[in-house]
Design a protein around this ligand. Structure first.
Ligand SMILES: C[S@@+](CC[C@H](N)C(=O)[O-])C[C@H]1O[C@@H](n2cnc3c(N)ncnc32)[C@H](O)[C@@H]1O
Length: 378
């Protein structure tokens, strides 16, 4: 590994079809809500008034099926390149990498660790912008052949990091439990048949077989008590834990998780599970043939790491990403300069657009002697 050793000791982490011409045919994930899917509803009692049947399924809960689909031996992300299937801020524009390099330097740091680094596009761009940076990608997929040699690559998180740790659209791909209120008003774990996507109810949250942390998380962050049958929650315990595990390794520096998400005021009533393949949104299916994702409860993640939630729009603007079109007069004075400035402004506009990438959340925490997020991003 190259560099000054600012990360040390690598350990494994536990852990409607259409295209969008504005984004080169590839969809941003997380920018639309869609109708709930059909669940095989078990009612509170049978039509003859008998008690409900035990869960009629040997199917795995969502978390297990999702985990196998994305990260099993033949899992989606072990084979597939994210950019072949959807477009993130990293792919939208090099301005995103430029902003993160600016944040790194503003915090007095010289190291970037990218968790869930995809094919290393962010780090390759950061290296182009500033070849003196120490760069590490953490990713389950193998090292991309075209990655600059100066970028280190691993499947394990470093034990400690002094630098900027970023995870762009990583937490939404951390599998989580799905809970739904059944016909009698009882929240239950949802199971799924990985081959058909058909869902069935499992144990009630109050059941002794269900880890108490799931009910506790729902009660605190996404309450289902008194909600109508069909109301759903995606339980953020795994995302909170995953991010806390990253942040506890940051001995000095900044940690930034960037994702689409919601807060207590904006929880989607029917959940947000989605699948993407080849640039299109497709039926949700945890069979390994497609991406499976759900929005992140960003307030819960932030609370877990004493972080601050900032919208991408504001964060990027504070780092100099500006979508204002250049003055027309420049076109006469310097036509090539005008075209370059217009292209930059168009890319910046995509990164900061309210209803698209600009509406994403940054969960920012700073550590040791690095100034707080309010100062870094002002
Ligand atoms: C949605 S992609 C985002 C890729 C990239 N950050 C971007 O913005 O284009 C999520 C990535 O996280 C990776 N990933 C998920 N869990 C991981 C883990 N535990 N360790 C390393 N990489 C992981 C996946 O393989 C996938 O490449």
């Amino acid at each position: 590994m190259r560099g000054t050793g600012r990360f040390a000791g690598l350990v494994q982490i536990e852990g409607t079809p259409d295209t969008d011409p504005a984004t080169g045919g590839l969809r941003h994930r997380g920018t639309r809500h869609k109708a709930p899917r059909n669940l095989t509803h078990m009612t509170g009692s049978t039509p003859l008034g008998m008690p409900p049947m035990p869960p009629p399924t040997t199917d795995p809960p969502w978390k297990k099926a999702w985990d196998a689909a994305l990260y099993g031996p033949e899992g989606f992300f072990r084979r597939e390149s994210p950019v072949a299937h959807f477009r993130t801020s990293v792919h939208a524009s090099p301005l995103f990498a430029r902003a993160l390099v600016a944040l790194t330097r503003r915090a007095g740091l010289d190291t970037i660790v990218d968790v869930g680094a995809g094919r290393g596009e962010l780090l390759a761009e950061a290296h182009r912008i500033d070849p003196t940076l120490t760069l590490l990608g953490v990713e389950v997929a193998p090292r991309p052949a075209e990655l600059p040699e100066a970028v280190a690559w691993t499947s394990a998180l470093p034990e400690s990091v002094e630098g900027l740790v970023v995870a762009n659209e990583w937490l939404d791909n951390i599998p989580c439990h799905v809970v739904e209120v059944d016909g009698s008003g009882t929240p239950r774990i949802v199971h799924v048949d990985p081959a058909s996507g058909e869902e069935t109810f499992g144990a009630p949250l109050a059941d002794r077989a269900v880890p108490a942390g799931i009910a506790a998380w729902c009660e605190r962050w996404w309450p289902l008590a008194g909600r109508e049958p069909g109301a759903r929650a995606e339980v953020g315990t795994t995302r909170d834990e995953a991010w806390a595990d990253v942040v506890r390794r940051v001995t000095g520096g900044v940690a930034v998780a960037v994702d689409y998400g919601h807060t207590a005021q904006t929880r989607p009533p029917s959940g947000t599970l989605r699948s993407y393949r080849d640039g299109q949104e497709v039926d949700v299916l945890p069979d390994g043939s497609r991406d499976v994702t759900a929005h992140v409860a960003v307030d819960a993640v932030a609370a877990r790491v004493a972080g601050t939630v900032v919208r991408q729009r504001e964060a990027l603007r504070s780092l100099g990403v500006d979508g204002t079109r250049p003055e027309l007069a420049l076109a006469t004075r310097d036509p090539q300069g005008y075209v370059r400035a217009l292209s930059r402004a168009t890319e910046a506009a995509e990164l900061t657009e309210e209803t698209g990438l600009g509406g994403f959340s940054w969960v920012v925490s700073t550590h040791a002697d690095v100034p707080p997020a309010s100062q870094l991003l002002s």
